[in-house]
Design a protein around this ligand. Structure first.
Ligand code: B12
Ligand code: SF4
Length: 368
């Protein structure tokens, strides 16, 4: 935004801290929040859109093991030097709820959005919301993400000294609904016209947005948008960042939550759009790209065409797909293209070797 242009208000989005035995810090880029920021900036150029990423720091502090995990002590002794030593200490990764709340400066935001992707970490979303509400009880707080979508009541029903922590939840992908929500906060749209919205008095869960599949995310998310503020994550000492080639997955594994959050229809970005983002990332100094897709090779033909283009353009990038590749889609041909394009290793989502179980789970069965 032009520095001299007047600011009509501010929106603040927050990625919470986490507490655990370990953190996979090279993958904590808040991709979802970057997409929301891109969408909000495009629609509301006169609003200032900020983010606090409580994980954008190397700060970690040893904290006492929660009592629920005390039974683990006998499995992970302190002198363990095997791979299990990862579970030796319990840590707080990132800034604290108080630090996040204290850093909220004037002008006070129109509203605050806090992501809640993980059920095991959902209490940290609440801790941050409580700390903010303690300082600014009137401030509207909205949440979203996989956990918020699947278990909204756990967030909406929380009270701290009688004050609700989270006021609203936007379920599912929110690039579009957050625009409607912002219009509501600005007094330009009634609340009932905000898609996928849940409030404390409306906990009935319809499936995520009927028209989700008709929205064109490609129009909202410009190729360059999410890379604006990449912190310097590294993979094998090479500067790395994550990105997506599509949303959802055409397969129907029985245990998977992907469709409940991202809708049933797989939407893959156009190869030219993906290549434009890869080139932009390369130009900004990124050397390694991690595809965070749930199923990177879901469209085999387009995946092969993308890899061929990457090989032809000699982008000099390395790749990984750490979220895991669907093993049944891989053959020596595809693996060969991946290797030539710059994949250094393959992460396979095997689930089980039990054929009967795999069949029961509908692994590898697609409705497309
Ligand atoms: C990358 C990733 C991680 C990264 C961390 C990411 C981060 N931001 O910090 C790492 C690798 C560390 C990780 C770890 C874990 N993960 Co993980 N992870 C993912 C993954 C593969 C991609 C996330 C992503 O970038 N998605 C793409 C973006 C565009 O989507 P999004 O973030 O959801 O955002 C969109 C919407 O949700 C919404 N939204 C998001 N935030 C907000 C905020 C507001 C205010 C609003 C309105 C909307 C909104 O709008 C966004 C744009 O459309 C997802 C699977 C998935 N498909 O999302 C699993 C997923 C989130 N992980 C999951 C889990 C469980 C874990 C673990 C906790 C597992 C475990 N028990 O060990 C571990 C923790 C281990 C550890 N200590 O590190 C589950 C969560 C399910 C649940 N109910 O808990 C998921 C959904 C995978 C699954 N299907 O099971 N994970
Ligand atoms: S292939 Fe992966 S993302 Fe797709 S439905 Fe199965 S488990 Fe979910």
């Amino acid at each position: 935004m032009d520095q001299d242009s007047p600011i009509d208000g501010r929106i603040l989005l927050i990625q919470p801290y986490l507490q655990d035995f370990y953190s996979t810090s090279l993958r904590t880029l808040p991709l979802g929040l970057h997409y929301l920021i891109a969408s909000l900036r495009r629609r509301f150029p006169s609003l200032q859109i900020d983010m606090i990423d409580a994980l954008a720091t190397s700060r970690k502090k040893t904290i006492p093991l929660p009592s629920a995990f005390h039974y683990l002590n006998r499995y992970y002794p302190n002198n363990d030097s095997t791979l299990h030593r990862l579970f030796r200490h319990y840590y707080h990764f990132g800034f604290t709820a108080e630090e996040v709340a204290q850093s909220i400066q004037e002008p006070i935001p129109l509203y605050i959005g806090i992501s809640s992707l993980f059920t095991p970490y959902s209490s940290y979303t609440l801790e941050i919301a409580r700390a903010i509400k303690k300082r600014y009880p009137q401030l509207i707080i909205v949440s979203g993400g996989s956990h918020a979508t699947l278990h909204p009541a756990s967030l909406l029903l929380d009270r701290n000294q009688g004050v609700a922590s989270i006021d609203y939840i936007l379920r599912g992908q929110a690039e579009e609904s957050i625009l409607e929500f912002t219009e509501f906060v600005l007094g330009q749209r009634p609340l009932y016209q905000v898609s996928n919205l849940l409030g404390r008095h409306n906990l009935f869960l319809p499936p995520v947005q009927k028209n989700l599949t008709t929205w064109k995310w490609e129009e909202i998310v410009t190729p360059q948008a999410p890379q604006a503020s990449y912190p310097s994550f590294t993979y094998q000492r090479r500067k790395q960042a994550s990105m997506l080639v599509g949303f959802s997955c055409p397969y129907q594994c029985a245990f998977c939550t992907v469709h409940a959050v991202f809708g049933k229809r797989y939407r893959r970005r156009d190869n030219q759009d993906i290549l434009a983002q890869l080139i932009a990332m390369k130009q900004s100094g990124i050397e390694h790209i991690n595809f965070e897709d749930d199923n990177f090779s879901a469209h085999r033909k387009q995946t092969v065409a993308l890899l061929q283009e990457i090989i032809r353009l000699r982008l000099g990038l390395n790749f990984s797909a750490m979220n895991g590749l669907a093993y049944w889609m891989l053959d020596s041909n595809l693996i060969d293209f991946m290797k030539k394009a710059g994949f250094l290793s393959l992460n396979l989502s095997l689930v089980s070797t039990d054929e009967k179980l795999l069949k029961e789970l509908h692994m590898g069965s697609s409705d497309e």
